[in-house]
Write a protein that binds this ligand. Structure first.
Ligand SMILES: Cc1cc2nc3c(=O)[nH]c(=O)nc-3n(C[C@H](O)[C@H](O)[C@H](O)COP(=O)(O)O)c2cc1C
Length: 378
């Protein structure tokens, strides 16, 4: 209600000048925040306890890692996440070392809180990228997109950084910890972007009972609400890595049309890429369906036809298929070409309903988790 509205109501009710003044003053004064009930406070304290190990590892208030998203997880979103109490992670993607150094410095200018850098293991200059992180005193390096070389893990650790690796199966989780990983991310196929074949539901049951005792394990993929976060914390996860829910953060630089596609999208629209022929493997990527995904099928069919007709050898055909999506995420995220670009999104996209500040998204997740604990205690 505006001050004018209050005055009008007061006048209509025959209020005296002094009570009108009081009503006007009340309308412009900030409303006092109602006290938090003790049961809610206790629930949040219990939730903090469940996140304590993960938060201590990250050096953040909440044990929530921002899932690194190429083009989206840059200085603004990363700093916003860290400033709001989570742990932002820069997506290095295909950046060259100089570009990464610039992005780290720009992020450090926006936050004094810790954040990490996600490096793709097949980057041809992986070693140089690790050096850049170490020189900038980045505390956590997340190796993604494959099993990192032991030398890269060693180099990062010797340089003083904590190493986080993605574990796609229990045997590999054990191997990564033996190689020096300080923490693990287990990412289920519900996630956005490049995905493995196994759901988080199953990965969590396979990996948490064994590995949670050894290192902090962060769960990722399909986490859209606090209740789900809580259930994984209670299974032994140290925290969660969340991507899709932060794409529409006010602080995210994703194009308005990209955000709109997320707000409209439902879980069933976020599907993995389809491979037409076993001889021409396609890395599965979960994304919202659009003209680009439809044409990818036609493109594969055409390339396979040309291969069969002897117009393309196998390697050239495979390369042609792989090149189809080159630059496609940038086209969608930065240029807003949501028809032909790649709309990488996780199944939790259906829970993205509006643009909101990072702090509000985090508060919502925490309140949802705490509400379960409070209801249980009651
Ligand atoms: C648009 C988009 C881009 C992504 N890019 C990367 C990336 O560059 N490197 C990476 O390790 N993971 C990437 N991911 C995966 C996220 O880091 C995170 O693990 C995932 O989003 C978690 O699942 P959720 O989306 O269901 O929350 C991407 C995800 C999305 C949605």
């Amino acid at each position: 209600m505006s001050a004018l509205d209050v005055t009008d109501v007061a006048a209509a009710q025959g209020a005296t000048p002094s009570s009108r003044a009081a009503a006007e003053a009340e309308a412009v004064m900030p409303q006092s925040v109602p006290p938090v009930p003790p049961a809610t406070q206790a629930a949040h304290a219990r939730l903090d306890g469940l996140m304590a190990r993960g938060a201590a590892f990250l050096g953040s208030r909440f044990a929530i890692m921002g899932g690194a998203m190429s083009w989206i997880s840059e200085r603004n979103l990363v700093a916003a996440l860290s400033n709001a109490g989570a742990f932002g992670v820069i997506a290095c993607g295909a950046m060259e070392p100089d570009r990464l150094a610039e992005e780290i410095a720009a992020t450090q200018a926006l936050t004094s809180r810790p954040f990490g850098v996600n490096l793709i293991t097949m980057h041809p200059r992986l070693d140089a990228l690790v050096d850049v992180c170490l020189a900038a005193r980045v505390g956590h390096i997340v190796f993604a997109g494959g099993i990192p070389p032991t030398t890269a893990i060693r180099k990062a650790k010797d340089g003083g950084a904590k190493v986080v690796c993605f574990a796609p199966a229990l045997a590999l989780a054990k191997k990564l910890v033996r190689s020096g990983a300080d923490a693990l991310v287990i990412e289920g196929s519900e996630a956005g972007g490049h995905i493995g074949p196994v759901s988080l539901n199953v990965l969590a049951q396979e990996i948490l009972p064994t590995m949670a005792a050894e290192v902090p394990v962060f769960v990722a993929g399909g986490i859209g609400r606090g209740e789900a976060l809580l259930s994984y914390l209670e299974m032994g996860a140290a925290g969660a890595q969340i991507g899709t829910r932060f794409v529409c953060a006010t602080e995210s630089i994703a194009h308005a049309r990209f955000k709109q596609a997320f707000i409209r999208g439902a879980a069933r629209d976020a599907l993995p890429t389809v491979q037409l022929d076993a001889r021409f493997p396609v890395i599965p990527v979960r994304a919202l369906q659009n003209e680009g995904t439809k044409r990818f099928l036609e493109h594969q069919a055409e390339v396979i036809r040309r291969h069969r007709a002897g117009e393309l050898d196998k390697d050239a055909a495979q390369l042609d298929i792989e090149h189809y999506w080159a630059g496609a995420l940038r086209r969608a995220v930065i240029e807003g070409d949501v028809e032909n670009g790649s709309l990488m999104a996780g199944q939790s996209v259906g829970m993205v309903t509006k643009e909101a500040p990072v702090a509000a998204i985090l508060a919502e997740l925490m309140d949802q988790a705490a509400a379960v604990l409070a209801a249980r205690a009651a």
